[in-house]
Design a protein around this ligand. Structure first.
Ligand SMILES: *Cc1c(COP(=O)(O)O)cnc(C)c1O
Length: 366
């Protein structure tokens, strides 16, 4: 049997080690995972209640159209219900956009390094992927990305804040880009960390939808909403675009548990507010400690910081792991001496920083 030739080179996703396995192998009683940008405070207690009461309907198919959740989210954002589509995480929305719009004749442009799913799903559809390196500060190089736009370009993916670097593009930068890009090119604004923003300069992308028909904004319940395990995220765009994406959507792509939990979560914005404040304080805590250690870091606008540990990132990762702290280092980022650490609770950050200081004294500077 012959698979599609454009998928044979794709790697199978390698999940991180389960926490229990790490504990057993290293003989640790406590492990702190700061590797996947999960919310250290969990989810809203109201979302938890909603999950528990949804158990009674576990034998019933979910609402394929996610009608109640669509109503709540569109009202929260101030858009029409036909502008919103839900997926099993925004990962699935990325997949559906690629499936609905990309062909082997198309080109698509991403930053590098950035969230890997844009490239992955474009390649599954056989589209060509043009990767444009981020600048010295870890920010998208929008000028260079614009220069790559040609008549074959179908989609430009902008990750804001960018995962893994954490940097942010302002509304002025985004609108300058949108003004320059032909309106037939779709621009995806992946805003998985939008709710963490505490600057006045983050784009109000939902309002930009009124002027730019070609943008799709992606958001998720996996990060600040703390519902990563339930797999739910969404896209917001022009009704015609959302309709096309809906045409390739599987009938029951989001679960009843996820829909109910997300509905309760979106209606508890005070939980989101408190997580946003704690995260901003956590970033300051980490940055202040990095300053003391003389380590450089990228300007962080999500719930994670990418720091240059000036030593082989893989060795620092292993050293931290032996002390029960899981962070992230990925050789494919092209930053051999950087690690990405998720902002934890004050106490988790303290434990990470203590372990980091010890590891830095053990591993030779490269
Ligand atoms: C975490 C993340 C997502 C999606 O997560 P889901 O759990 O699939 O919603 C999307 N984009 C970026 C940049 C992310 O970091």
């Amino acid at each position: 049997m012959q698979p599609k030739k454009n998928i044979v080179h794709l790697p199978v996703y390698q999940p991180g080690k389960p926490m229990e396995e790490v504990k057993r192998e290293l003989g640790l009683t406590e492990v702190i995972k700061l590797a996947s940008n999960e919310n250290p405070f969990g989810c809203s207690p109201k979302a938890k209640e909603a999950i528990i009461s949804a158990v009674d309907n576990a034998s019933i198919y979910p609402d394929g159209g996610a009608v109640d959740l669509t109503a709540a989210v569109s009202a929260h954002l101030g858009v029409q219900p036909n502008q919103v589509i839900f997926g099993a995480g925004s990962d699935e929305v990325i997949l559906m956009i690629a499936r609905a719009f990309l062909t082997p004749e198309d080109e698509t442009i991403t930053a590098f390094p950035t969230f890997p799913q844009y490239k992955h799903n474009a390649e599954v559809e056989g589209a060509a992927v043009i990767e444009v390196p981020v600048d010295e500060e870890g920010r998208h190089d929008l000028k260079a990305m614009l220069a790559k736009v040609n008549e074959k370009t179908k989609i430009v993916w902008i990750c804001n804040p960018n995962n893994p670097t954490g940097t942010m593009l302002s509304e002025a930068e985004i609108t300058a880009f949108l003004d320059a890009v032909p309106s037939r090119v779709m621009v995806i604004l992946d805003e998985a960390y939008a709710e963490y923003n505490v600057t006045g300069e983050y784009p109000d992308s939902i309002s930009l939808l009124q002027k730019y028909n070609n943008i799709v904004v992606l958001r998720t319940f996996s990060k600040i909403y703390g519902l990563a395990s339930l797999r739910i995220g969404f896209g917001v765009g022009h009704p015609d675009v959302i309709r096309s994406v809906n045409q390739v959507r599987e009938p029951f792509n989001t679960t009843g548990f996820a829909q109910k939990a997300a509905l309760a979560a979106v209606n508890d914005q005070s939980f989101i507010e408190s997580c946003r404040e704690a995260n901003a304080a956590g970033i300051q805590q980490l940055n202040a400690a990095f300053d003391k250690l003389g380590l450089r870091y990228f300007d962080a606008h999500g719930n994670f910081v990418m720091v240059d540990v000036e030593r082989p990132g893989g060795e620092v990762f292993q050293g931290l792991l032996r002390k029960g702290i899981i962070v992230r280092h990925d050789p494919s980022w092209g930053y051999p001496t950087r690690i990405r650490v998720t902002v934890g609770s004050t106490e988790q950050n303290e434990k990470f920083l203590k372990a980091l200081e010890e590891v830095l004294s053990e591993v030779a500077v490269s």
